[in-house]
Structures are given as structure tokens and as C-alpha cells.
Design a protein around this ligand. Sequence first.
Ligand code: IPE
Ligand code: IPE
Ligand code: MG
Length: 241
Amino acid sequence: MDAEKNPLDRVPQHIAIIMDGNGRWAQSKGLPRLAGHRAGTENLKTILEACVEFGVKYLTIYAFSTENWERPESEVKGLMRIFRTMFDRELKNLHENGVQLRHLGKLDRIDAALRKQVIDAIELTKNNQRLILNVAFNYGGRAEIIHSIQQIIRNEVEPEEVDENLVDQHLYTAGSPDPDLVIRTSGELRTSNFLIWQAAYAEWYFTPTYWPDFGKEELKKALLDYRERERRFGRVSSEDA
Ligand code: IPE
Ligand code: IPE
Ligand code: MG
């Protein structure tokens, strides 16, 4: 590869991914939707390994939204089963590879066994530092902002003391930097309630590729695209300054 075009030159510190298109991937192969979710989970392993290899520090993945409960019960149940199996199979490996697991969202609606798996996994991996994996699971961006406001009100903060930092500190993501790059697979061009506060100045990358097919080479393409972006944060171009 051309040395000047190395996607790994300027790797984002924090990548967030809307892992979309599992259902359509399966349907395009004449398979049930749950087969797509299983393939998507396998692909997550690939992308996680690639992120560790590329030196990404934070990876946030959208696994299940607050709106996804509206899907047919059989799909929701199947998804929960897949998550449980994934924890059983993969946790040891993640831990050995220095991955720290964090959860974004609410655990109250999650069944007790899976909830315990999540809590135990967070405890087990809390000192790992190689890569922070935020799992957005039963997550909604609006619910997260409400959660932050509720905490602030509970602390009896004066209105004048409410600023962006304070809101940040009470989001599920407190302690993680904002995402630099948000990737959405499957061709949809919307946020679907993902990190609506934190992604205010993220770079977005959309690809028609369905999530189960979004492998290491596709991730490199996204990084190459990111590498060429100029992040201005409302200022003028650094070339004009
Ligand atoms: C994303 O894939 C996974 C979850 C939402 C859990 P989808 O299930 O949304 O796949 P499509 O968008 O229907 O193809
Ligand atoms: C967003 O995808 C949620 C996850 C990937 C977990 P959806 O498939 O639920 O989003 P919409 O319905 O297309 O907006
Ligand atoms: Mg979808």
C-alpha cells in the first residue's frame, strides 16, 4: 500500500458502530433473520480483533436499541439467547486480550440471567486497559439524556451550574471521550437514536455493506476515509487560519 495512504496513520481514538443489516443479509441468502444475527456476532469478533490490532482505544457498538423491543417476540427472544451464548463463549477470550467491557443503557428489562452475565463481565474486566468496549444494549440516546437530567435534578444542582460537562458526566458514557468516527452499515442514513449527544461532532461513515460482511478490509476503507477528513469543529480550515 502507498505509504502516504496508510489508513492506520491517524486511527480514531474512539469508533462507534451501528451494526445494521443482519436481517437483510440473512434474507438475501434465504435464511431466517436470526441466522443474520448469529453471523453478525461472529463478525463482531473480527472487528474487535482488528480494532485491538489497529490501536483503537474505545469501541462502542449498538447491539440493541430501546426501540428494538417492538420487534416480533421470537426475534427478541432469539437475540437475547444469542447475547447469552456470546458471553459464555467469548468473555474469557476478551478478558485475556485486555478488553474492558462497559454497558450503555438500562438493565432493568433484561432477564435476570443475562443481567447477571453483564454485571459479572463488567466486574471481571474492569481493570483491563487495552481496549474499552462499550456495549449499547437496551440503549436509547433520548433515554440517556433523560437519565442524565434526572441525576442532575436529584443532586439539586442550580440551573446556572448546568453545562455540557455536567450533562456529559451523567450520561451512560461518562468517562469515555466522544466518538471520532461513527460507522453505519447496511445503507441506512440515520442515527436511530444512537449517541445523539456524543456524536455532535463525530465524522460519519456510511456503507451499503450489511454488518455480517463488514470485515477487516471494510474497516480499513472506513479508516482511510476518516484519515482524509478535516475536522473543523465550527472553525475555519486550518489552511486558511
Ligand atoms: C441490526 O440488524 C441488529 C439489531 C438491530 C439487533 P437488523 O436486525 O436491524 O437488520 P435489518 O436492518 O433488518 O436488515
Ligand atoms: C439500529 O438499527 C439499532 C441497532 C443496530 C442495534 P435498527 O435496524 O433498529 O434501526 P432502524 O429501525 O432501521 O432505524
Ligand atoms: Mg436494521
